[in-house]
Design a protein around this ligand. Structure first.
Ligand code: FES
Length: 140
């Protein structure tokens, strides 16, 4: 399983984490190529259906990342996201996915280094979990 390269879908807030990703790139902070970023205006608009759909369609891990609590540009979108992700982690096993495949982080616009570190950690963690069950079923 050592050649397994996970596919990570990252829903990132336009104002914070997307900017941090941009900063990581311009600062030449290396991070794995496994991440497919989807820019959203706020983590509060990430419907749990998007996350489940991503996992069912073959993502090995999903990241939702936005502004730190208190910094959301839409006042409380990240608090809504936090509540949704907490509940979603509880029901993910019913879909056959380990809760560790889903992560919520707060990465501010100036945290390019933290963004790169988070991506490296997440990819390493998902590698230890192995391919998602949905992906295995697609191959068969
Ligand atoms: S605007 Fe960034 S999480 Fe709401």
């Amino acid at each position: 399983m050592s050649d397994f390269e996970p596919t990570i879908i990252a829903f990132v807030c336009n104002w914070c984490t997307y900017t941090a990703a941009d900063l990581a790139g311009t600062s030449r902070q290396a991070y794995p190529q496994n991440v497919r970023m989807i820019r959203v205006m706020c983590t509060g608009m990430v419907d749990p259906q998007y996350i489940i759909k991503a996992l069912l369609e073959g993502a090995d891990g999903v990241l939702v990342s936005g502004c730190h609590p208190g910094d959301c540009h839409y006042i409380n979108g990240n608090f809504k996201a936090r509540r949704r992700i907490k509940l979603l982690k509880e029901i993910l096993p019913r879909f056959g996915f380990e809760p560790e495949r889903l992560r919520l982080t707060w990465i501010g616009a100036s945290d390019g280094i933290q963004f790169a570190e988070t991506m490296r950690e997440l990819v390493a963690q998902v590698k230890t979990l192995g391919p998602s069950q949905a992906k295995l079923k697609m191959v068969i």
